[in-house]
Design a protein around this ligand. Structure first.
Ligand code: HEC
Length: 338
């Protein structure tokens, strides 16, 4: 694990003069928009926190959920908490749910706060278990075995790979692409076309071929790519996350993905995928989450997929809104399996 010291180092640095003050800027957002659903049952008439996540104290925020941390200090892109507040308005996983989401500037405040190392200043909030006073912060460091699963996976997949030179990256990015390491120091790349989706096409995906071995996350949402681009993607053996939402891809294109043996997350929101793809999706052995809202899959097709792959988290419209049941914790465990 050559990368570990580098990763920890990069997590520890850069917090000298944080631009974002947690108590002044982040806490008011959490209090106003999140804590009503993510707090101590004792302060919420016995109701358990949604998704098994409490955001009412430093200990709880860093603890995350049963499936792991929701914040990776220094890296917003690996932090579930940031991911879920920066989704599109129509994404069923957006936090707060069934809302227009946070404002752009609120999202940016939280992004910056995480990027700067998620420093809480002197704030403790609701005490950790066994602590009585919020004034006595817990000093035990987090066990290092608790890196988020995705980081562990990226570390494994990146082992032995060398990072690309700035020159190679520039070439692969072309005019529109944005390529960045999946976490600081990793040779693996996260690729997106943030401000040029409408003009991005298959040719832009072809430019990535020079770096194909290293691409672990590829966001082609809302671009003009066609099935042809998916044939190019077969050259990216380490792909873990693929976002194809709102593109013109079809069932025929989806067949190309069969060779991506590390694929964990596939977003097909608002594409022309039909029931014919259920079997292909089920065949993606490592896949953990697939987004099928507003595709042409029928309820029967979705049920068929669920039958074939009970372990897969299938996000489809009829799942929403999340029903208010007795054990809200269970919703989280069921829908966000990782
Ligand atoms: C109206 C209630 C409600 C509000 C308000 C709310 N959430 Fe949630 N949150 C939920 C539910 C329900 C889940 C579980 C969803 C699931 O598992 O699919 C959840 C899950 C989460 C998770 C994922 C936990 C995991 O499984 O990894 C995070 C992170 C999260 N919320 C953050 C936030 C943040 C940040 C805010 C405020 C900006 C917020 N939530 C506001 C209801 C809410």
């Amino acid at each position: 694990m050559m990368l570990l010291p580098q990763l920890l180092l990069s997590l520890a640095t850069g917090a000298e003069t944080p631009a974002v003050d947690f108590q002044k800027e982040v806490l008011p957002i959490l209090k106003g928009r999140c804590i009503e659903c993510h707090q101590d049952p004792a302060t919420n008439s016995g109701k358990r926190p949604k998704g098994g996540l409490r955001l009412d104290g430093k200990h709880w925020i860093m603890e995350g959920t049963r499936s792991g941390p929701v914040i990776v200090p220094g890296d917003p892109n690996l932090s579930t908490l940031y991911e879920l507040i920066s989704l599109d308005k129509d994404d069923p996983d957006l936090m707060p749910p069934n809302s227009d989401g946070l404002t752009k500037s609120e999202v940016e405040t939280i992004r910056t706060w995480i990027a700067e190392g998620a420093d809480f200043g002197g704030w403790v909030g609701a005490p950790a278990p066994g602590e009585t006073s919020p004034d006595t912060p817990k000093l035990t460091p987090k066990p290092s075995g608790k890196l988020p699963r995705i980081v562990q996976l990226y570390m494994e997949l990146g082992e032995g790979l060398s990072p690309h030179s700035a020159e190679q990256l520039k070439l692969a990015a072309g005019e529109r692409g944005k390529l960045q390491p999946v976490f600081p120091g990793s040779p693996l790349l996260s690729v997106s076309f943030p401000s040029n989706q409408g003009r991005t096409g298959t040719a832009d995906v072809q430019k990535l071929l020079g770096c194909a071995e290293n691409v672990a996350s590829l966001n082609l949402g809302r671009t003009r790519i066609t099935d042809e681009a998916l044939a190019v993607i077969t050259n990216m053996p380490r792909l873990v996350k693929l976002d194809l939402r709102q593109t013109n891809i079809t069932d025929a294109g989806l067949a190309h993905l069969a060779s991506l043996e590390h694929l964990r997350s596939l977003n097909l929101f608002s594409t022309k995928i039909t029931d014919a793809s259920a079997l292909k999706i089920a065949g993606l052995k490592k896949l953990e989450t697939v987004y099928l809202w507003q595709t042409q899959l029928t309820t029967a097709g979705v049920e068929r997929l669920r039958g074939l792959r009970p372990d897969l988290r299938v996000v489809h419209q009829p799942d929403l809104p999340a029903p208010e049941r007795g054990g809200p914790d269970e919703e989280g465990a069921g829908r966000r399996r990782r």
